[in-house]
Design a protein around this ligand. Structure first.
Ligand code: ATP
Ligand code: MG
Length: 174
């Protein structure tokens, strides 16, 4: 899966609509401290299904919505869209939207879907909100010090079988 575009509205510091093309090859995001570089990666993880507000540096999930500044009022919703080309050359658009007091919802190519559909899509593509390919600023040490079981999860994901575990867990809870 190749992520080709990231669109954000009202997500954290990205109050105005932002539309970022991600070209093949290496992409670097540079800018002064606090300009929103980490927020971009968090937007990616959030749209892929991150359910822990803490791991997005917030206390509650609504903390991802633009909270306002001295000059601009807060927003009522945040929306992040990921455009990607899947393994079979198929274009997919995953959108996650959260509204104050109303929770969040997902759309896949314009259709309402469940969080698990999005989780499966990314797990089968060997990525996702908890992919070891996404290492946050303060998590580098954790990767180095990972326990064998955690390291196995990284290898399984790299091998593209993480989706099987999601399905097994689901089968077990039925
Ligand atoms: P560094 O180089 O220090 O790592 P960075 O470019 O990664 O910086 P971020 O951590 O992505 O910066 O952005 C932090 C900024 O995002 C802060 O100014 C913070 O106030 C702002 N921010 C975070 N959440 C919200 C929110 N809900 N509403 C408005 N602004 C927010
Ligand atoms: Mg940062």
């Amino acid at each position: 899966m190749q992520i080709t575009r990231l669109r954000l509205t009202g997500f954290k510091s990205f109050v105005d609509p932002a539309d970022l093309r991600i070209e093949p090859g290496l992409t670097g995001v540079v800018g002064p401290n606090g300009c929103g570089k980490s927020n971009l990666l968090e937007a990616l993880r959030w749209a892929m299904g991150e359910s822990s507000a803490r791991s997005l540096r917030g206390a509650g999930m609504e903390d991802v919505i633009f909270a306002g500044t001295a000059t601009r009022p807060q927003r009522d919703f945040a929306e992040v869209a990921i455009h990607a080309v899947a393994g079979d050359d198929e274009e997919v658009e995953v959108v996650r939207r959260i509204e104050r007091g109303a929770g969040s919802a997902y759309r896949l190519n314009g259709r309402d879907v469940r969080a698990r559909d999005v989780a499966l899509l990314f797990a089968d593509a060997a990525t996702g909100a908890h992919s070891p390919a996404l290492v946050s600023q303060n998590r580098i040490g954790a990767v180095i010090a990972a326990k064998p079981v955690e390291r196995r999860a990284m290898l399984e994901e790299a091998a593209g079988i993480a989706g099987l575990h999601v399905r097994r867990k689901e089968a077990e809870t039925r």
